[in-house]
Design a protein around this ligand. Structure first.
Ligand code: ATP
Ligand code: MN
Length: 602
């Protein structure tokens, strides 16, 4: 018998049908059992009364693959208004492994880190599935729009390239035979080359950025919508394309993803067709931020995240759209190829598009003659000789042109009003993960190794620090005394053990404070106690009093009390009870990347 999908069930009322899918969950009410089966379209409710059929499910975990034949029957209780009764169940693949993630619930009751730690199976959750279906439709809508409305030609650019397209520090190097190659941050060069071929071109390209910060809006690998066009009369035509593109995508989602939007709570951003996105000059945008908040950033060359949020709020309140353009950025803040404004070359024909509080696009007009491009490179104090490839296209004729780069993940995140970009990347890479997997920390054992590694890290990050030797100091109060003035407030690193998981945690507090064990347990999510000194010696090669606040080097979850953050400078024993390091507490947080909470008392 041929399989039907959950979404087709209502066309088969009172007929015998066969469905196949994953066991999602079983709900029992006395003798009645409701089996919920998941397939690619949704869920089918199956009512089991027969004891023999019920027994087939004994011991089966969610994820088991089942095939079920039965009668489709109208029902007021079933989500689809139809359910299957009198089923005959065939267990195709029995699963007995208990999954740590409760992905089969409407919402996974875990935090994002845990969800990412179990990515492959958490993606089966209905909400997560909806997010990525919508993302797929966004990409599809973008392609449709570019083909049908803009008549642009898609190009496929290389990801492994020789030198960076724009210079800058956020570049990944790769071994390439005997050379060092880099991973592309954008396909800027290639899209400009392709304008010389097809005038209007677009792409959906991977990009790689060695962003060393853990923000909710940066990934180390992502996808970027690229667009570039030649022969406009006015550079604002690029903005017109961008604006139509967003409206097209949003309208497309309303049409194709109503169900997924519903699953995610029913709301996405507002981008009504008839409302133009406000187009503010950079100066005007700063002024509006100042007027609305009293915060004066009018002398800053960039918009702060707070300003980006406020400007979107402004667009929403004043015009009823979640999007706003910011135009005419300072030359100093834009890449060398940006087109200087004719009336004032301190500014450029460039724009950012902000959506629901976050930048999603940067774009603008490019310089298009050889001389102008060389001038742009020189103005940034770079050497035109390093841009031979790039410059060569301008030797042979380029029209006025420009375009934009828009992050797929940024767009998905803001359209759905989600908080963290990792929620919209299937297998996110960031400083702590590669393709979703946690990077295994390099393990360090013993005081001297740990001290050496700390010093190595501080030097590598070019951070200022003081390193002193003193008499042996078994307690942190002794250490603070021995270090003398100017080293900053002492930090006490305590190693705990979870009572149920037996996992170690490191909790760091200022040495004049005490640990609030109750607050710690709440923060960590299980009851904790102090780890034994002998265990610490055996496991980490450290004696009490020598432990530095670098739990990351020991591969244990590390927590900092808020108090540490508030100090300007801090000091600590760096693995040995006779040596201490003093440094800025902000630098310490940057390197260790701990979770910060409030868990100390007087
Ligand atoms: P930001 O200032 O937010 O770090 P940017 O200005 O450095 O971004 P652009 O070079 O303008 O980024 O890149 C164009 C677009 O690509 C951005 O507007 C954004 O949508 C996306 N993008 C850039 N970097 C990242 C990243 N690290 N993670 C996710 N998306 C990114
Ligand atoms: Mn940008």
């Amino acid at each position: 018998m041929q399989r039907i999908l959950s979404s087709e069930l209502s066309s088969y009322v009172n007929q015998t049908v066969r469905v196949r899918g994953w066991l999602n969950n079983v709900r029992s009410f006395g003798k009645l059992h409701f089996l919920i089966l998941r397939d690619r379209m949704g869920f089918t409710q199956i009512v089991i009364q027969n004891k023999e059929e019920q027994d087939k499910l004994l011991g089966l975990q969610p994820g088991s693959i089942l095939s079920v034949e039965g009668t489709a029957s109208l029902s007021t209780q079933a989500e689809l208004g139809v359910e299957i009764i009198n089923p005959k169940i065939e267990v195709e693949v029995p699963i007995s492994a208990v999954c740590p993630v409760e992905y089969y619930k409407p919402e996974i009751p875990s935090d994002l880190e845990f969800i990412l730690d179990h990515r492959s199976v958490s993606l089966r959750n209905r909400k997560l599935q909806a997010v990525f279906k919508i993302q797929a439709e966004i990409a599809h809508a973008y392609r449709l729009f570019m083909h049908e409305e803009v008549k642009a030609v898609e190009y496929f650019a290389p990801c492994i390239i020789g030198a960076s397209s724009e210079g800058g520090a956020e570049i990944f190097n790769v071994d390439y035979f005997d050379y060092t190659a880099t991973l592309a941050q954008s396909s800027q060069l290639y899209k400009q080359i392709m304008v010389g071929v097809n005038e209007r071109v677009f792409a959906l390209m991977p990009f790689f950025r060695a962003e060393h910060s853990n923000t909710p809006r940066h990934l180390a690998e992502g996808k970027q919508f690229e667009f570039e066009m030649g022969f406009f009369e006015h550079w604002h035509e690029i903005l017109d394309v961008q604006e139509k593109c967003i409206k097209y995508i949003v309208q497309y989602l309303h049409k194709k993803c109503a169900k997924e939007i519903e699953i995610l709570g029913g709301t996405i951003i507002k981008a009504p067709q008839e409302v133009p996105f406000p187009r503010l000059t950079f100066a005007k945008a700063q002024e509006i931020f100042f007027q609305r908040t009293g915060i004066d950033e009018r002398n800053e060359p960039d918009l702060s995240p707070a300003a980006e949020r406020e400007l979107c709020q402004y667009a929403l309140e004043e015009f009823g759209t979640d999007l706003v353009f910011v135009l005419d950025w300072k030359t100093s803040k834009r890449p060398f190829y940006s087109y200087p404004k004719e009336e004032n070359p301190e500014y450029t024909n460039t724009f950012d598009l902000l959506c629901a509080g976050t930048e999603i696009t940067s774009g603008g007009q490019r310089r298009h003659t050889y001389e102008s491009m060389v001038e742009g490179i020189r103005l940034k104090e770079m050497d035109p000789a390093n841009f031979e490839d790039y410059l060569s296209i301008f030797t042979y004729g380029m029209p006025p042109h420009g375009g934009f780069g828009m992050g797929l993940e940024r767009l998905t995140m803001t359209i759905l009003k989600l908080k963290n970009i990792r929620e919209v990347s299937l297998f996110p890479s960031d400083p702590k993960r590669i393709a979703g997997n946690r990077i295994k920390a390099k393990l360090f054992f013993g005081g001297e190794n740990i001290r050496n590694e700390i010093i190595h890290l501080l030097k590598k990050h070019e951070m200022e620090f003081t390193h002193v030797t003193h008499e042996a100091t078994p307690t942190s109060a002794d250490s603070t005394r021995a270090r003398g003035e100017g080293m900053g407030q002492g930090v006490k690193a305590l190693i705990l053990r979870g009572k149920s998981s037996k996992k170690n945690y490191q909790c760091n507090i200022l040495s004049n404070r005490k640990l609030d064990m109750k607050a710690v347990s709440e923060l960590i999510g299980e009851k904790c106690e102090f780890e034994d000194a002998e265990v610490i010696k055996e496991r980490f090669g450290l004696v009490l009093g020598s432990i530095p606040p670098f739990g990351s080097l020991l591969n244990i979850d590390t927590f900092f009390d808020e108090g540490i953050q508030k100090e300007e400078k801090v000091s600590f024993n760096c693995g040995l009870i006779t040596e201490s390091i003093g440094m800025r507490s902000q630098d310490l947080l940057t390197i260790v990347q701990p979770k910060v909470g409030s868990f100390s008392k007087e």
